[in-house]
Design a protein around this ligand. Structure first.
Ligand code: 13P
Ligand code: SF4
Length: 304
């Protein structure tokens, strides 16, 4: 903390000078999550909060698609990305042509697209979803067949929750969550009896099957805060446990975790540089932005 403190102080001062708000995803490291953020949350919460920001500048402490979503929902603001290389394996797995391919394969079926995508892909879709509302959105579609892109595992997990729909999917995946296996979880439970296993729905379905609970990053945090298990294994990104462990001293966070190399590109140094130089502003073509905004807004309206 001694090392981080000068950065935290400088960022918080500069934030006031620039009239900026920092929106941070739950996968940010604790120095960012606790030290400099104005809002923390999962993808849905950050999207909703972006619409309410009154400050002139939004600094997105997260990955590029999140910054695009903030810009789309609140276009008069300057939205800064501290590192433009902070991408996402899901977002880079599909283009608007991929959406057209799925529409040609399943004529008339609505396209439900995960927010972990570019603005072009959102604009080519009917509606967006996040991990916290995917089942609700799919269930609300007025069609037996529903196309889900681009996360094959989220789609397969949703298909089980919404058996009345024929869910078909694109073959993308998250490099953080696809690495967990059901066998690893079974072995871990055998060696560590009594551990509550909590998995993100971007994990393969057999992994989610082994878990006691599955939910979005904020869903996972709420579950642990409410249940207070003696031992908890969070089958998701490593910073999740680090961010909540101090406030939950009675919970022992155990087990391995996986790091997201994209989320970890955002550091205090880069946030400070970003605010200092006002770089790099995220821009979205107005026509694309309008299409994407409609898809995201439909999601927000359905999940209210
Ligand atoms: P949520 O925070 O919406 O659960 O998403 C997790 C994620 O991987 C974001 O990139
Ligand atoms: Fe993308 Fe997975 Fe990283 Fe989230 S954790 S940003 S889904 S690669």
């Amino acid at each position: 903390w001694v090392v981080y403190a000068p950065y935290v102080k400088a960022i918080n001062e500069l934030k006031k000078e620039r009239n900026a708000a920092i929106l941070a995803h739950n996968y940010m490291t604790p120095d960012i999550y606790h030290g400099i953020s104005d809002v923390v949350g999962d993808s849905l919460q950050l999207a909703i909060e972006a619409t309410k920001v009154e400050a002139d500048v939004i600094v997105q402490a997260g990955v590029h698609f999140m910054a695009e979503t903030s810009k789309i929902l609140n276009p008069s603001k300057t939205v800064l990305m501290p590192d433009m290389e902070a991408g996402c394996s899901l977002a880079s797995s599909i283009t608007a042509e991929g959406i057209a391919e799925m529409r040609a394969k399943y004529p008339g079926a609505p396209v439900v697209t995960y927010v972990n995508t570019t603005a072009e892909v959102k604009a080519a879709s009917d509606i967006c979803c996040t991990s916290s509302n995917a089942a609700q959105i799919v269930a609300a579609m007025d069609s037996d067949t529903v196309i889900m892109t681009p996360d094959q595992y989220l789609a397969q997990n949703v298909a089980k929750q919404v058996p009345q729909k024929n869910v078909v999917w694109w073959e993308g995946s998250c490099i953080v969550h696809e690495r967990y296996t059901a066998q690893d979880l079974r072995e871990f439970r055998e060696w560590n009896p009594g551990t509550r296993i909590i998995a993100h729905p971007e994990c393969p379905p057999d992994v989610v099957n082994e878990a006691d609970f599955s939910g979005s990053t904020s869903g996972i945090i709420s579950y642990v805060e409410k249940e207070r298990p003696e031992k908890a294994m969070l089958v998701t990104e490593c910073s999740m446990a680090s961010n909540i462990s101090d406030a939950l001293p009675d919970v022992d966070f155990v087990g391995p975790c996986n790091m997201c190399p994209f989320m970890k590109k955002i550091t205090l140094e880069k946030v400070l540089y970003s605010l200092h130089t006002m770089s790099t502003p995220v821009e979205v073509d107005p026509e694309v932005a309008e299409g994407a905004r409609l898809a995201v807004q439909r999601m927000i309206d359905v999940s209210r």
